[in-house]
Design a protein. Structure first.
Ligand code: SF4
Length: 430
């Protein structure tokens, strides 16, 4: 049996120089180096042209087969375990509730985002289908086989949602529509709603409309960076990458018009150098537009251009998680919150008595994303251990129990009177 293994991550309880947040000046990515001609655009995989057989499990010691969407897709290790394609166990959860399907091509993603394991600069080192992404491997499998398995028992499926993740590739727009059509031909989108994680750089408003017309329920844009400067530094010109803040916002506005309120959202990574005030202002802006924010805690992905940088300190992350939950689901506004000179949240806009039951419910600290079938504020997309190791969880993929609440409270510096967290107590009896 394989497991999603705890990694020896850099400590996440302090940023650089002992700060309790990741400051802009310190979060400078490395520059991508030049990729030799012979390794560009998936040439080794295309030249060898090996035929895929069954499920392909990433293995960079063997020659990667030639797999291409829409015939093939990759999926998270959690989704492959939940589908029964791969054996394994996940700490604290039996399955994931979201089937993430990632488009795949030997040429890979043509963008170069500094924090991402799929980025183009990695073609010098690893074939696309072998690259780790949000800390885990992504097995590849025939699209029809995935659809067959789910269609056989839709009512009994563990999945509350399916999500197609586009990448920056010339075929990605068309292939997303093809995968979507093949799915909806066999599976009622009301039974398992569909989200699209878009790639705005290659898209037009017409593409957004086409996805809606073919049954997509929610459309998301991975802004990832919370400010235009950070966007440019991590995934625009600064990284020889094609994305622009303006184009991402253009497609986000199209999604708002076409998909409507509560049916669009933006991904944001917390801790890449933005201040807490900046990220909260963005979250408020999204809510004012009628959308949601889906948050990720920065983790230094191995092989990425930011793998030398510290993960987001847990106190910064918890403050933003809690504040975002209040804005997204409890009608608190950023203007009610208070920030210090470093932009850190020092008051959440509610009294301690009002905050206490919200913290103790634990929902604010679970993975955020498109909703499933349990409740509006509980994400189907639980991404087990996509932004932290199980040993120091950032986004909880399962309901928090009392020891986890105590841990979160201690990270927030908000212990209940007379109570404290004993390190490791949440693993007792696990
Ligand atoms: S566009 Fe998305 S998949 Fe491609 S490198 Fe950037 S973050 Fe990674």
């Amino acid at each position: 049996m394989s497991c999603l293994k705890p990694e020896s991550a850099q400590p996440a309880d302090a940023g650089q120089d002992g700060l309790d947040y990741n400051a802009y000046a310190q979060m400078q990515p490395r520059l991508p180096s030049k990729v030799p001609e012979a390794l560009r655009n998936g040439r080794p995989v295309k030249d060898a042209n090996r035929r895929p057989e069954g499920v392909y499990r990433p293995d960079y010691n063997t020659l990667t087969p030639h797999m291409r969407s829409p015939e093939y897709v990759q999926m998270s290790t959690a989704a492959a375990i939940s589908l029964g394609l791969v054996q394994g166990k996940m700490y604290g959860c039996d399955c994931t509730r979201c089937l993430n399907l990632l488009l795949t091509y030997p040429e890979g993603c043509r963008a170069n985002c500094a924090y991402c394991g799929l980025a183009r600069h990695r073609e010098a080192e690893r074939d696309y289908a072998d690259r780790n992404f949000i800390r885990v491997d992504w097995p590849a499998v025939s699209t029809d086989e995935v659809i067959d398995i789910v269609a056989r028992d839709v009512a009994g499926s563990p999945f509350h949602r399916m999500c197609i993740s586009m990448i920056t590739h010339p075929s990605s727009d068309q292939d997303t529509v093809t995968v979507l059509k093949r799915w909806t031909d066999r599976i009622d989108p009301d039974a398992i709603p569909i989200s699209i994680l878009s790639n705005p750089t290659t898209m037009t408003r017409h593409d957004v409309q086409t996805l809606r017309d073919h049954g997509a329920d929610i459309f998301t844009v991975a802004l990832d960076a919370a400010t235009p400067e950070l966007f440019d530094r991590t995934r625009g010109k600064g990284m020889q990458s094609p994305h622009t803040w303006a184009k991402y916002w253009e497609i986000l506005q199209d999604a708002r018009d076409i998909f409507g309120p509560k049916k669009f959202g933006a991904h944001i990574i917390v801790g890449m150098g933005e201040t807490e005030r900046e990220v909260m202002q963005l979250i408020q802006q999204l809510v004012d537009l009628g959308g949601h924010s889906h948050m990720f805690c920065f983790f230094p992905e191995k092989g990425s251009l930011m793998d030398h940088l510290p993960a987001t300190p847990r106190d910064q992350w918890r403050r933003v998680q809690l504040a975002r939950y209040l804005v997204d689901y409890r009608d608190v506004r950023v203007e009610q919150m208070k920030f210090d000179d470093a932009g850190r949240i020092v008051h959440f806009g509610l009294s301690e008595n009002e905050l206490a039951p919200i913290i103790d419910a634990g929902t604010a600290f679970r993975t955020s994303g498109c909703p499933g079938k349990f409740a509006d504020d509980i994400s189907a997309c639980d991404r087990p251990y996509g932004d932290s190791p199980p040993s120091n969880i950032a986004s909880y993929p399962f309901p928090l129990k009392d020891p986890e609440i105590r841990k979160v409270r201690s990270q927030l510096g908000m212990n209940r009177p007379g109570e404290s967290y004993v390190p490791g107590e949440e693993f007792d009896g696990a």
